[in-house]
Design a protein around this ligand. Structure first.
Ligand code: SAM
Length: 256
C-alpha cells in the first residue's frame, strides 16, 4: 500500500543517469524534492553533489536514513522531513527532482521565488506542455506566462508510464529550467504577478473587465487611470491573446 499519492519510483538506472548527467553537479549544492527510495539521490551523490533532500513520507525517511547512513554522517546528504511546499528551503544552487505531480505548480512557483541557477525537474507531460505553451496561444495560462517571463524552459525528454513502479496513468517530461531576467522589464514583480493571476482567473473576460476587479487592491482611481493609459486593442483582448510584452505593459502602467 502506498502511504502518499505521487509515489511512482524510477527503476531504470539508465534513465536516472540520463537525468543526473544533464548538468555537471560535482561539488554543487543540489536540492532534491521527494527522494523516495533514493535512486536519484544516489546518482546525485555519485556525481559529487552535496545534496539536501526533502521527503514527506516518514517511512521512506527511515529507510533513506539507513541506506544513506554514511553520506548523512559525512554531511554530503541532508534529509529534511516535511512538505516541500511549506518547509523552509535550504540554500541550494541546483534543483533536481522527479517531482510529486500534485505539487508541481506550487513548488515551481516557490522555487522561482527562492531563486536558483538551474533546475532539472520531471513533470506530468501535460503540465510541461502548458509550461511551454506560447503567449498568444489557446493553451497559454498563468503558469506559461510566469515561467516564460522569469525563466528559459526546455524539454529534455519524455518518459512513458512504464519507466516507473508502480506506473502512473500519465506520461512524464523532464524539463530544464533556468531563471533569467524578464525579456520585457518589469517595474514591480508583485504587481506583474497580480495582473497575470487576475487575468487568467477570468480567461473568458476581456482585459478591461478583469482589471476593474483590481480596484479593491489598487484603488478605483488608479485602475481607471490604467484603463485610460492602455491601448484599446489590449483592453478588448482576452488574456490568452496577449503577448509577454502586453503583460509587462499592463503591469508597468499600473506601477507607474
Ligand atoms: N525521486 C524518487 C524516484 O524518482 O524514484 C521518488 C519520486 S516520487 C514521484 C515523489 C516522491 O515525493 C515520493 O517519495 C513522495 O513521498 C514524495 N512527496 C510527495 N509529496 C511531497 C511533498 N509535498 N514534499 C516532499 N516530498 C513529497
Amino acid at each position: 500500500m502506498r502511504a502518499y499519492k505521487d509515489q511512482h519510483f524510477l527503476t531504470d538506472p539508465r534513465i536516472v543517469a540520463r537525468i543526473a548527467d544533464i548538468l555537471d553537479i560535482s561539488g554543487r549544492r543540489v536540492l532534491e524534492i521527494g527522494p523516495g527510495r533514493g535512486i536519484l539521490t544516489r546518482a546525485l551523490l555519485d556525481r559529487g553533489a552535496i545534496v539536501t533532500a526533502i521527503e514527506l513520507d516518514k517511512k521512506l525517511i527511515v529507510s533513506l536514513s539507513s541506506d544513506f547512513y554514511t553520506e548523512l554522517k559525512q554531511g554530503s546528504l541532508t534529509i529534511i522531513a516535511g512538505d516541500a511546499v511549506k518547509v523552509p528551503l535550504p540554500s541550494f544552487e541546483i534543483v533536481m527532482a522527479n517531482l510529486p505531480y500534485s505539487i508541481s505548480s506550487p513548488i515551481t512557483f516557490r522555487l522561482l521565488d527562492a531563486g536558483f541557477e538551474s533546475a532539472i525537474l520531471m513533470y506530468q507531460k501535460e503540465f510541461a506542455d502548458r509550461m511551454m505553451a506560447p503567449a498568444g496561444s489557446r493553451e497559454c495560462g498563468r503558469l506559461s506566462i510566469m515561467i516564460q517571463t522569469y525563466a528559459r524552459a526546455n524539454r529534455c525528454f519524455d518518459l512513458p508510464p512504464g519507466a516507473f513502479s508502480p506506473p502512473p496513468a500519465v506520461s512524464s517530461t523532464v524539463m530544464w529550467i533556468e531563471p533569467r531576467e524578464p525579456l520585457f522589464p518589469i517595474m514591480e514583480r508583485t504587481v506583474y504577478g497580480d495582473i497575470v493571476r487576475e487575468l487568467f482567473s477570468h480567461r473568458r473576460k476581456t482585459v478591461k473587465s478583469t482589471i476593474k476587479s483590481l480596484s479593491s487592491k489598487y484603488g478605483r482611481e488608479k485602475v481607471e487611470e490604467l484603463c485610460e493609459k492602455l491601448d484599446p486593442e489590449i483592453l478588448s483582448s482576452r488574456p490568452e491573446a496577449l503577448y509577454l510584452e502586453d503583460f509587462a505593459t499592463i503591469s508597468n502602467k499600473l506601477s507607474s
